[in-house]
Write a protein that binds this ligand. Structure first.
Ligand code: SF4
Ligand code: SF4
Length: 189
């Protein structure tokens, strides 16, 4: 998989593609009280949008606090020079407009050194416990295969590829040996 310079992912297609898939057949928020949608005590929890994703959301939105961050002051690859959009929920979102990062959780992409994409359970430190990760819950086939398809589109963008590449190398350096959910026996739609 190789990114194309200047390629902008088709976010309208991605929102459509991921609109109705969910990690479990039922609402996983019932397991934890929707903990990943709750603000922390310092109201510091938020989501970075992918480059260009803001076009779908038509920011500002009343249910989102919206900040613009300089990537050089945060943990982004050197190729990220343009301001990045950081959003925090002030209440439940309209489901059809939840950002892509919410749609993919608890899956994360990992790139092997030969460029092969894997999907794993998220490994970054979280200020809450996700039972899907903690209990290694079996996720729906359709959720995994759709998330893989979405990542294949996103990784055509150079900046996103750089970000996932750097995260993958850091993950390897830290000694994580994450369980691979895709490709694998659940990879076929
Ligand atoms: S923390 Fe995990 S189980 Fe709970 S709502 Fe979020 S994704 Fe679902
Ligand atoms: S945007 Fe929606 S799905 Fe995402 S964390 Fe906020 S309330 Fe949850």
């Amino acid at each position: 998989m190789q990114p194309a310079p200047g390629y902008l992912p088709d976010y309208f297609w991605l929102y459509h593609l991921t609109a109705s898939v969910t990690p479990l057949a039922g609402d996983c928020g019932q397991l934890c009280g929707k903990t990943c949608c709750q603000p922390d005590a310092a109201n510091s929890l938020g989501i970075y949008l992918f480059p260009g994703e803001e076009a779908v959301l038509h920011l500002p939105r009343p249910w989102l606090e919206w900040e613009i961050h300089d990537p050089r002051h945060y943990d982004f690859p050197a190729s990220w020079q343009e301001p990045v959009h950081f959003v925090k929920c002030t209440g439940p979102c309209p489901r059809e407009l939840r950002p892509l990062a919410c749609r993919f959780f608890p899956l994360a992409p990992h790139l092997l050194r030969d460029g092969q994409l894997l999907l794993i359970y998220e490994t970054m430190p979280l200020p809450y416990r996700c039972p899907l990760i903690d209990q290694r819950r079996r996720l729906q086939k359709k959720f995994i295969s759709t998330t893989a398809l979405a990542w294949q589109e996103l990784l055509r963008n150079r900046l996103i590829y750089d970000l996932v590449w750097e995260d993958s190398r850091q993950r390897e350096k830290s000694g994580h040996r994450p369980a691979v959910l895709w490709p694998g026996k659940f990879s076929q739609p």
